[in-house]
Design a protein around this ligand. Structure first.
Ligand code: NI
Length: 158
């Protein structure tokens, strides 16, 4: 496994629509392992492949709940309900946080690294993370959804 460089906001790579994964091979497994390690090292709760310069539909999420590490290939939000206000940030925009509105619950379908179907039901932070990371695959950054950016002194320990 290896830590990969996280691309920062302003790089046009982050505005591209990513292509679906077609080959569930060792290269995909390597990408997912590297993304998980990179996310962990950066203390993130999610990371999308374009953030490490790979324009493919792959995300990793770990919000620290009992889902553990979630790996999703070609993920789609198939159901969403309710609404929540979130404090959201992004590893590509270090130190910046804003208030967003997202669905309170989502159902996501995708595939594992070996091509098995995976379904995730997410609420609260996990719902936000699913929306945020899948947005990345469509070239959308969280600031698109921000109602108000937070001042650094409002962010506290984050
Ligand atoms: Ni992000």
């Amino acid at each position: 496994m290896a830590i990969r460089n996280i691309i920062k906001e302003g790089d046009p790579m982050l505005n591209k629509v990513c292509r679906p994964v077609e080959k569930f091979d060792g290269r995909l497994a390597q990408l997912i392992d590297d993304m998980a390690e990179t996310m962990k090292e950066a203390n993130g709760v999610g990371l999308a492949a374009p953030q490490v310069g790979v324009l493919r539909r792959v995300v990793v999420i770990d919000v620290g709940d009992d889902h553990g590490l979630i790996e999703l290939v070609n993920p789609e939000i198939v159901e969403h309900s309710g609404e929540q206000e979130c404090v959201e940030g992004c590893l590509s925009s270090p130190g910046q946080y804003g208030i967003t509105k997202r669905p309170a619950k989502v159902k996501v379908r995708g595939f594992s690294r070996s091509g098995e179907p995976v379904e995730v039901d997410g609420e609260e932070l996990l719902a936000t993370a699913c929306c945020h990371e899948i947005d990345h695959l469509n070239g959308i950054l969280f600031k698109t959804h921000v109602l108000r950016m937070l001042d650094p002194d409002e962010v506290g320990g984050k």
